[in-house]
Write a protein that binds this ligand. Structure first.
Ligand SMILES: [Zn+2]
Length: 331
């Protein structure tokens, strides 16, 4: 009895990744199944789709989409979805294989379609190479897994963190609304109506961030954080972000990168560094210790927080980040 159940379970696990989409008999009122690759997109999709859709988010709250490993349940969700929403710009290095395994043939929405991407310069590229060239002297035990897979997903030539500029978020939302309207024309007016409301809120957010940043003294606009996730935010609001890790969390910063950063913090008299919700905070704590800087708080870069924390929606995440920066950096 137990044995038979075990056999059934392992058979299910085996076919999990090769499930093809059943043809569902959706009634006209059934919510449209949508998959969003990570929490920030999941929130945007919910805002546009409302109760007309049912969203499955693959990389959830506090998850790191750079180093994600899809599960059989993810393949099932994608195979049953009518719409797949993803960031693009090589952010989800694991997605192509997942989509192929799932047999998905619905509407694909590339959220970054039409944005002006930030091209990564040679410095950024070198930055990421360090971990591989380095002796593995500081590669921690629990990073073994990360290192093994570092070669599998190569990040692209562009910075994928485009949502950190609210003007890009509006483009994300436009792409999502157009994708939902294409898959479900009967509810197009609902999607475009939700879009209009949401875009007004994003524009108000942008104005608020601008006002807060304007209040920061010119000599307090360098921000130290864990990985280079805030390039678009920096470009939009005239801030400078520096980080020990590059554009992805896949590779460990080298000892030389960390030493350079520590020197820079001392020379420029930077007083606060910020940890990120998706990455281990120990390196930043060590940098704070060595430089006498304080930990200015937690920034949310690539993922929303859980529902009871301060960054559970895109709008709340952006507000939380700028308020945290202003509190720690104001004189
Ligand atoms: Zn990132």
């Amino acid at each position: 009895m137990t044995r038979r159940r075990n056999l059934l379970i392992s058979a299910t696990a085996l076919v999990g990744l090769s499930l093809t989409a059943p043809t569902p008999a959706w009634s006209a009122d059934a919510p449209i199944p949508v998959v969003a690759t990570f929490s920030i997109l999941g929130d945007m999709v919910e805002r546009i789709g409302g109760d007309k859709i049912a969203v499955t988010t693959l990389v959830g709250a506090d998850g790191d989409a750079h180093v994600y490993h899809p599960t059989p349940a993810d393949a099932r969700a994608v195979s049953q979805a009518d719409i797949l929403v993803f960031n693009g710009l090589a952010f989800e290095g694991w997605l192509d294989r997942l989509v192929e395994a799932s047999g998905f043939d619905g509407v694909r929405v590339v959220a970054t379609d039409g944005i002006q991407p930030i091209r990564l310069d040679d410095d950024d590229a070198h930055h990421d190479d360090h971990a591989e060239k380095d002796d593995h002297d500081h590669a921690a035990k629990d990073d073994h897994d990360k290192e093994e897979h570092a070669d599998e997903h190569d990040h692209g030539a562009f910075d994928p963190h485009a949502w950190q500029n609210p003007a890009n978020a509006v483009i994300y939302v436009d792409n999502i609304a157009a994708g939902l309207a294409k898959a479900d024309p009967a509810n197009a007016s609902t999607y475009y109506g939700n879009r209009a409301t949401y875009v007004a809120e994003i524009e108000a957010l942008d104005a608020d961030i601008r006002k807060t940043v304007e209040g920061l003294p010119e000599d307090r606009r360098t921000i130290v954080t864990a990985h280079d996730a805030f390039g678009y935010f920096a470009e939009t609001y005239g801030l400078r972000f520096v980080a020990p890790s590059g554009i992805s969390t896949e590779s460990e910063p080298s000892a030389a990168d960390v030493a350079t950063l520590i020197r820079q913090i001392r020379e420029e008299g930077i007083t606060a560094v910020f940890v990120e919700s998706i990455t281990d905070s120990r390196l930043l704590e060590q940098i704070a210790d060595e430089t006498g800087a304080s930990i200015g708080g937690t920034l949310y870069s690539d993922a929303l927080s859980g529902p009871d924390e301060p960054a559970s929606t895109y709008l709340d995440m952006m507000r939380h980040n700028v308020e945290t920066l202003a509190e720690a950096l104001s004189p």
